[in-house]
Structure formats: structure tokens, C-alpha cells
Design a protein around this ligand. Structure first.
Ligand code: XIL
Length: 300
């Protein structure tokens, strides 16, 4: 195969990228994105502040630009994200308690209703666990509505669009030895035992010197999969862009049948949220394939 998407399809997987609506007028960007990737995540356009800027008033203009570009080019779409402490509109930041809980439910229904039947997988809840050694939940306005907020989000999501896979997505849950990974693992195991609807775990996999790739990544993927959920690598970038590390990530996913696809968090280094200096992606700022690109293509 000569593209990332075609190579991933050989094993029934996908290879995706994050797309920013504001870059869709850049022909170098769209040419690479259209050629190489078959799964699209809106980098910001389906987040809470974008889709419900005022309470009860939904705006899908930017989200639809990304969605329509993807579908018109034959690609599937991951939905990102419905319940998160970050990128909340001001009105939501100001809420608490039962009114915030209801606003979360209404938001899930509004956004999933708009895209009903059209999304491969939704990141229903994003980044709900704390960094560090606690293995527990992150403090947030959503967490303060009650510990059951995550399962309420997932039950709401299942009813709003039964055709979408429902994912829990987080960063720093790549290293099997980390308390945060174990915290999320225990939540997913509990959800599966109690019949709370969850279909997938998203490993963001933003690797850098503080959270480096570790060879136990494969154990993490295998362990989540063994609970009966798919695993998706949802926001991959590697500070420094090591070709070897990129190959390791791909090989670890391919080793687990339920690791269904990989998404990199941007097209060119110059598109990355980390800045081009981090050199974290597969194409350089001129759109040229990097060593990491060839390494990924060969591993797929
Ligand atoms: C980032 C985007 O890439 C930036 O453009 C934005 O300013 C902040 O959010 N985890 C996530 C993503 O789940 O939504 C984040 O995306 C990166 C970290």
C-alpha cells in the first residue's frame, strides 16, 4: 500500500487525523489529508464551546464543515467530545449541581441528535481522571455534580445515537504502570460488569519527555481490550517525531485485534497544537513525508 489509510485497511483498521475547519482552504493540507487518511476527528469544532455557545442554542456550522469535507471524500468521522472539563462555554462553566448535570444531558442529546447515525465513535467523556498517583477522578465542575456523571453521560449517549460506538478518552493512560491508567481500567471493568454502555477506550497517546512511550503500551492495549472494549489511539503525536517510537506504537496496535485504528493529532508539524518546533507529526511544514511517515507505513 502507498498511503496510510490503504495500509491500515489491509488489516481492517483505519488511519485518521485531526482536521481544523480553518485549514480546509489550504490545498497542500487538504491534498495530504485526503490522500493519506480515512478517519477524521474535528480538532475543535465539535467541542462543547463550539456546538453550544449559548445554552440551548446549538451551532453546527464549523462541525459540519469538517464532517461534510470528510464524508464528501469518503471518510468516516470520530466525534470529539461531549462531556469535558475543558473548552466549556462560559455559561456552562458558571453552572453547578443539578442544573449542570441537566445541561450535560441536554448537550449530549443535542449534539448526538444532530449527528445521529453519522458518527463511527464518540468520545463521550474526555479526560475525567486525575494525573499523578491518586488513580482517582479529576476535580471539575462535572465531577462535583456527583460521581455517577460519567455513567449518566454514557447512558444518555447510547439512547441518543445507538449506532455510534461510545468511548472514554484520556491522556497519560498509555503506561500500564501508572495509577491513572489503573483508575480508568477499573472504571471500564466496573462499567462492563454493571452493564453501563461503553464500547471503546481512546488512548490519546500524546508522548513527550514527561509521558514517554513505554514498551508496556501493548499490555495497556491488550488489557483494555480484554475487558471487551475496542481500543483506539485517538490523538497520537510524539515530541521529537522518533520514527522508531512511531513504529512501536503501530506494532503494538496491530498486535491486538481490538485495537481498531490510529489517529494522529494533525497533518503537518506546522498544524500541530504543540507547535512545529516539537516536530511531532508525520509530515513537515512543507508537506513532505518525514522518516516517521515511512516508518509508520512500513509497520502497517
Ligand atoms: C487541542 C487542540 O488541538 C487545540 O487546537 C486546542 O487549542 C486545545 O485542544 N486533548 C484533547 C484534544 O482531547 O481535544 C486537545 O486538542 C488536545 C489534548
Amino acid at each position: 500500500a502507498s498511503t496510510l489509510a490503504a495500509a491500515a485497511q489491509q488489516s481492517g483498521r483505519y488511519f485518521g487525523t485531526a482536521i481544523a475547519a480553518g485549514r480546509l482552504g489550504d490545498q497542500t493540507y487538504t491534498t495530504i489529508a485526503n490522500r493519506e487518511f480515512d478517519m477524521i476527528t474535528a480538532e475543535n469544532e465539535m467541542k462543547i464551546d463550539a456546538t453550544e455557545p449559548n445554552r440551548g442554542q446549538f451551532n453546527f456550522s464549523a462541525g459540519d464543515r469538517v464532517y461534510n469535507w470528510a464524508v464528501q471524500n469518503g471518510k468516516r468521522v470520530r466525534g470529539h467530545t461531549l462531556a469535558w472539563h475543558s473548552q466549556q462555554p462560559g455559561w456552562m462553566q458558571a453552572l453547578s449541581g443539578s442544573s449542570l448535570r441537566q445541561a450535560m444531558i441536554n448537550h449530549i442529546n443535542g449534539v448526538m441528535g444532530h449527528y445521529r447515525g453519522k458518527i463511527y465513535a464518540w468520545d463521550v467523556v474526555n479526560e475525567a481522571y486525575a494525573d499523578g498517583n491518586s488513580g482517582g477522578r479529576r476535580d471539575s465542575n462535572l465531577q462535583r455534580t456527583g460521581n455517577d456523571w460519567i455513567e449518566v453521560a454514557f447512558r444518555t449517549a447510547r439512547a441518543a445515537d445507538p449506532s455510534a460506538k461510545l468511548c472514554y478518552n484520556d491522556y497519560n493512560i498509555d503506561n500500564w504502570n501508572w495509577a491513572k491508567t489503573q483508575g480508568v481500567y477499573n472504571m471500564v471493568r466496573d462499567f462492563k460488569q454493571r452493564g453501563v454502555p461503553i464500547d471503546c477506550v481512546g488512548l490519546q497517546s500524546h508522548f513527550n519527555s514527561n509521558s514517554p512511550y513505554n514498551s508496556n503500551y501493548r499490555t495497556t492495549i491488550q488489557s483494555f481490550a480484554a475487558l471487551g472494549v475496542d481500543v483506539q489511539i485517538t490523538e497520537l503525536d510524539i515530541q521529537g517525531g522518533s520514527a522508531t517510537t512511531y513504529a512501536n506504537v503501530v506494532n503494538d496496535c496491530l498486535a491486538v485485534p481490538r485495537c481498531t485504528g490510529i489517529t494522529v493529532w494533525g497533518v503537518r508539524d506546522s498544524d500541530s497544537w504543540l507547535g512545529a518546533g516539537a516536530s511531532p507529526l508525520l509530515f513537515d511544514g512543507n508537506g513532505n513525508k518525514k522518516a516517521a511517515y515511512n516508518s509508520v507505513l512500513n509497520a502497517l
